[in-house]
Write a protein that binds this ligand. Structure first.
Ligand code: AMP
Length: 193
């Protein structure tokens, strides 16, 4: 199995690159942000609760996202691997993911961190807000809040994987294709081991 955590701040290109990775390596894409937005559009209780956090640029409680991931792992128990996009975002989520994957017999193979400068992130997110209509991308103050939350709550996840020797950094500027080629190189090296 090939299990990849695609890591990076909001706007780093995780969603875009995930699509290319799952296609090339035949993996299942698990994006907690997408799952939450689906709950919101279906107006479920969980979605309505989550929206309060998302609109403020805060993280949704760990139990909610862990529960969603657990459900998907069960559903796709025959998958040849997963790309985790936007998850884990806290060390509690990272530890829980290890625990869940143990049951499925295959740990995280590697964590790929997409590195993009702050000014570029803000510009990309504001632009995405105009196109996608995502409410959390439309106000610069919410975007800045999300970047702060990333620095305080999510960056420690990087150390979690560094300690496991699974962390790899990728330069996240350039064309989509250039960035994808950098990612493939790292994945192929890992697969070859
Ligand atoms: P994303 O599409 O990954 O940028 O996620 C959009 C929003 O959903 C985030 O700003 C959080 O409020 C929430 N969210 C997504 N994934 C998680 C997660 N793993 N933990 C907590 N909140 C999350």
């Amino acid at each position: 199995m090939l299990n990849i955590v695609l890591f990076g701040p909001p706007g780093a290109g995780k969603g875009t690159q995930s699509q290319y990775i799952i296609e090339k390596y035949n993996l299942i894409h698990l994006a907690t942000g997408d799952m939450l937005r689906a709950e919101i559009s279906e107006k479920t209780q969980m979605g309505l609760e989550a929206k309060k956090f998302i609109d403020k640029g805060q993280l949704v409680p760990d139990e909610t996202v862990i529960g969603m991931i657990a459900h998907k792992l069960e559903k796709h128990s025959n998958a040849s691997g997963f790309v985790f996009d936007g998850f884990p975002r806290t060390t509690v989520q990272a530890a829980k993911l290890d625990e869940m994957l143990q049951k499925h017999g295959a740990p995280i193979s590697l964590m790929i961190s997409l590195e993009v400068g702050k000014d570029e992130l803000i510009a990309r997110l504001l632009n995405r807000g105009k196109i996608s209509g995502r409410t959390d991308d439309q106000s610069e103050s919410t975007i800045r809040r999300r970047l702060e939350v990333y620095n305080t709550e999510t960056l420690p996840v990087m150390d979690y994987y560094k300690k496991q020797g699974k962390y790899r950094e990728i330069y996240g500027m350039g064309t989509i294709e250039e960035i994808f080629q950098r990612i493939c190189k790292v994945i192929d090296e890992t697969k070859g081991k």
